[in-house]
Design a binder for this molecule. Structure first.
Ligand SMILES: Nc1ncnc2c1ncn2[C@@H]1O[C@H](COP(=O)(O)OP(=O)(O)OP(=O)(O)O)[C@@H](O)[C@H]1O
Ligand SMILES: [Mg+2]
Length: 367
């Protein structure tokens, strides 16, 4: 009878999992249906995390708020029409979407903005490194890898995955004609993505399971540094006698000249150019961003009764050093770590109270 009990048990567990999935799905749909943040509100929330990039954040938040508001409203109607069947509602919901391309130097917040947006909206997020694709250059297999990742991020729930955000990092590395990457497979990889970005119906093979997963409502964001893209734009502007900031004059043609497939560029109609972070931005990131490494260290030390404080000069010194590294805000983490490592090792258990780090300390520690 052992077998019978375990069978019953197994069945109960399966039912429980199915119920949990259904609840999760219902919750995800409800969250989208009730999504009512205006672009302004979404940006206000975003400002707590992403510092600077004012112009870029406006465009991003507008595109994302519109996408999910539109999807939510359509889903609401779909749910009413289908008598509350999520599957049918999602299938019958037809909304146009505007995928986003973010261009900007390394470590300036492209991925961070996208991931923060997914958290704020409450949808799944996957991050795909496109350099992997140019190395392998095998299209079919990898495109479906992305869907498997998305499904995993959605807790194995296809209907949750269908409403998520997919972020293509280093999209510029699959350009076909760039000087640095003479990658013959780039073109093929780009073509392979078209279908998915468009919003196709796909079948994902997960072990023995075959799961159908449509990308129709998935928001795709592609980010890259696009080194020397500015030169291409500025040259064209000069040829055409156009004056002004190149970032406001970027066209699809410029991206095609860079080496992107026109068909792919056309599927990312919202284009955002992020700025190099200034010393002031870097300082503000340390003191204001909720994702700040400094705030995390401060918080950690507090647990040992230590109140860490960096003087204004010390903050400027760290920001200045990070700026010369040209790795954006990523530099802050390693520099702060180098500055504080010794104290974080030595102080807990030996010291309590206020601990001030000034400019001299920073200079000493960094040499
Ligand atoms: N504008 C910003 N405000 C706050 N934190 C930032 C900002 N930019 C970057 N960061 C911090 O630096 C980290 C790296 O940034 P992110 O991953 O967004 O870089 P990226 O622009 O995608 O660069 P890459 O082109 O190298 O992928 C983030 O996780 C975040 O902690
Ligand atoms: Mg990135």
């Amino acid at each position: 009878m052992d077998n019978g009990i375990s069978k019953r048990k197994a069945q109960r567990i399966e039912e429980k999992i199915a119920q949990m999935r259904e609840d999760q799905e219902m919750e995800a749909v409800r969250e989208i249906i009730e999504f009512n943040k205006t672009p302004f509100e979404l940006k206000t929330d975003m400002d707590r995390f992403v510092i600077g990039q004012e112009h870029g954040k406006k465009i991003m938040c507008t595109a994302i708020a519109f996408h999910y508001r539109r999807l939510g409203q359509a889903l609401k109607k779909g749910m009413a029409d289908s008598g509350g069947d999520i599957d049918i509602a999602l299938r019958n919901t037809k909304t146009p979407k505007a995928n986003i391309m973010i261009i900007g130097p390394t470590g300036c917040g492209k991925t961070y903005t996208s991931e923060t947006a997914s958290n704020l909206v409450g949808v799944s997020f996957v991050h795909e490194d496109m350099t992997r694709f140019s190395e392998v250059g095998y299209v079919g297999q990898n495109a479906s890898d992305i869907l498997v990742d998305l499904l995993q991020a959605a807790g194995g729930n296809p209907n949750v995955a269908r409403m998520g955000i997919v972020y293509f990092d280093e999209i510029d590395k699959i350009a076909s004609e760039t000087i640095a990457y003479k990658d013959v497979s780039g073109r093929g990889v780009q073509k392979g993505l078209l279908h998915m970005v468009d919003g196709s119906e796909n079948t994902v093979h997960l072990g023995k399971e075959r799961i159908s997963l449509s990308t129709q409502h998935v928001l795709f964001i592609a980010g890259g540094a696009f080194e020397n893209l500015d030169t291409i734009v500025k040259k064209r502007m000069a040829r055409q006698g156009i004056e002004g900031d190149w970032r406001h004059h970027l066209t699809a043609d410029d991206l095609v000249e860079f080496g992107m497939e026109r068909q792919l560029v056309g599927r990312f109609p919202v284009r955002v150019v992020y700025d190099q972070l200034t010393i002031r931005d870097l300082k503000n990131i340390m003191t204001q961003s909720q994702g700040s490494a400094l705030l995390a260290y401060t918080h950690d030390l507090k647990a040992w009764g230590i109140d860490l404080e960096l003087t204004e000069d010390a903050l400027t010194e760290v920001a200045r050093r990070a700026e010369t590294e040209r790795t954006g805000a990523r530099g802050l983490v390693s520099i702060l770590h180098r500055v504080l490592l010794e104290d974080m090792y030595r102080l807990p258990g030996n010291f309590t109270g206020k601990f001030v780090v000034d400019q001299n300390t920073v200079r000493e520690r960094l040499g």
